[in-house]
Write a protein that binds this ligand. Structure first.
Ligand SMILES: O=C(O)CCC(=O)C(=O)O
Length: 236
């Protein structure tokens, strides 16, 4: 997206001052862990780290994005009509370096998401802890709006999963860790700065990242608009 066409979108968050909401449930822990076991068995041979559009590939992920408590919160945040714009399943295998740099989910070179009409969710499929690579966020960082960013160096190797990287020297001491049990989820303003570290444990860490949008949320300069996966409403 050209620099001139980019909008900063500074201002309040539909998720309040902190710009995030944690402690939601997308499933029971035992069912989430069962899904994790399936994913580990399927992806262990290739040690796949990123699966794009997981909601189109796995029935459990298609159900996860419409789990009632999560979807209710999403609708309370961005309105009744909701579609999935994108999902990534992220698997962090033991012994591999896979840290995700500071970034904002709602901006990349192709598009920007209007933060009043879009929200990001992160669903823990395994437990996510400070030692296996849970999210770290900077509460309130959405208020500065979209920041400048660089292209991610390793995008090609990671299947172009993340288009942006550490846009500024975010002070780690302002960061808050967001550990979640399997089956729990959090919602984030699409401008909220977040990152995660590599997994230093012997187990696999799996999370599902979801971007939800309401009609009109996507500002794009690309002819290849993302395909939407409507969940509720009829304005699509
Ligand atoms: O799963 C992770 O460790 C990071 C996910 C994330 O930040 C993202 O996909 O936007």
């Amino acid at each position: 997206m050209s620099h001139a066409a980019r909008v900063r979108f500074s201002g309040p968050s539909p998720l309040g001052e902190t710009g995030y909401r944690s402690g939601l449930d997308w499933n029971t822990s035992s069912r989430a862990r069962a899904r994790a076991s399936e994913m580990i068995a399927e992806h262990r041979p290739e040690q796949t780290e990123v699966v794009r559009d997981a909601h189109l590939r796995f029935d459990w992920a298609a159900h996860a994005v419409r789990s009632p408590q999560l979807l209710n919160r999403v609708q309370a945040t961005i309105g009744e009509s909701v579609a999935v714009e994108n999902t990534f399943l992220m698997l962090k295998w033991p012994g591999r370096t896979f840290a995700v740099p500071w970034h904002q989910d709602g901006t990349n070179s192709r598009m920007q998401l209007d933060p009043e009409r879009a929200v990001a969710a992160w669903l823990a499929v395994t437990d996510a802890t400070t030692v296996n690579g849970c999210l770290q966020i900077i509460p309130g960082s959405h208020a500065a709006g979209y920041l400048d960013y660089d292209r991610e160096e390793h995008a090609a190797r990671r299947g172009k999963a993340l288009g942006v990287q550490g846009m500024f020297n975010a002070p780690h001491d302002r960061g808050v860790w967001l550990p979640l049990n399997a089956g729990q989820a959090c919602l984030m303003d699409v401008r909220l700065l977040h990152r995660s570290d590599s997994n230093t444990t012997a187990g696999v860490r799996i999370g599902l990242n979801v971007r939800y949008v309401a009609p009109g949320a996507i500002r794009s300069s690309s002819p290849h608009n993302p395909s939407l996966y409507p969940l509720t409403g009829s304005d699509w």
